[in-house]
Ligand binder design. Structure first.
Ligand code: 13P
Length: 252
């Protein structure tokens, strides 16, 4: 049985005061919740303060990106060690917004994932097709490319800790969720590919989140699907009520 994992990707939202209010609110609402891994991923400037707020709680800290080098002249980037110092445990890698707006490639994703794993943190590796790729019938080949490229050279022993997030780009921030059946179809495909790349037992143990307009009113139907093990939530993670409700509904 895979334990559900719900992560909130705060993207480039919130300044410190608002972020503290949100984190404190989540802590109050969620302190008694068990049976699910809860992650929030604020922007870099918020991590230090949010880390203090959630320290010792059942909410874990995530970051939205990390560089592959240990240190160096890489303006605008953060290293795994810098994030680890703030008690970051999960790092989102290869989000479609990084791929779309900042030129992230499968090769970059692969290097970042390797750095996160060797730093002892857990990558949340995002894959997913955009609208034109879906319309051309290329969903599976795009997802396969993302998986094979991102996982190149990563052995089973290390890979088993990776969390995957299937985020169809056309469903992000649009209010258009993939139907549970559409999402399940791709999640099933991802697990099949992971079984090919590694083996069936490893693939069965890996968790695959769905992301794209996840809300309190659709999480239950999504999480019921055989291969959907959680959610990566954008917009609805920015409010205490909606994110708490999503977390609570993911454990029934
Ligand atoms: P929305 O939930 O706002 O569609 O964003 C999804 C997402 O990109 C999470 O990483």
């Amino acid at each position: 049985m895979r334990r559900p994992i719900i992560a909130g990707n705060w993207k480039m939202y919130k300044t410190i005061a608002d972020a503290l209010e949100l984190a404190n609110g989540l802590k109050r609402e969620l302190y008694a919740i068990k049976g699910v891994d809860i992650v929030i991923a604020p922007g870099f400037t918020l991590l230090d303060e949010i880390s203090d707020v959630i320290s010792g709680s059942n909410i874990n800290l995530g970051a939205q990106n990390a560089h592959w080098e240990a240190e160096g002249a890489f303006t605008g980037e953060a290293s795994v060690a810098q994030l680890k110092e703030l008690d970051v445990k999960y790092i989102i890698i290869g989000h479609s917004e990084r791929r779309q707006f900042f030129g992230e490639t499968n090769e970059g994703v692969n290097k970042r994932i390797k750095a996160v794993l060797s730093g002892g943190l857990i990558p949340i590796m995002c894959v997913g097709e955009n609208l034109s790729q879906r319309e051309k019938g290329n969903t599976f080949s795009v997802v396969q490319d993302h998986l094979r490229g991102g996982l190149e050279g990563i052995e089973k022993e290390e890979a088993k800790d990776i969390i995957f997030a299937y985020e169809p780009v056309w469903a992000i921030g649009t209010g258009k969720t993939a139907t549970p059946a559409e999402a399940q179809e791709v999640h099933g495909f991802i697990r099949k590919k992971l079984a090919e790349i590694y083996d069936n037992d490893t693939a069965q143990s890996m968790r695959i989140q769905y992301g794209g307009s996840v809300k309190p009113d659709n999480i239950e139907d999504l999480i019921k699907q055989e291969d959907i093990d959680g959610a990566l939530v954008g917009g609805a993670s920015l409010k205490v009520d909606s994110f708490s409700e999503i977390v609570k509904k993911s454990v029934g």
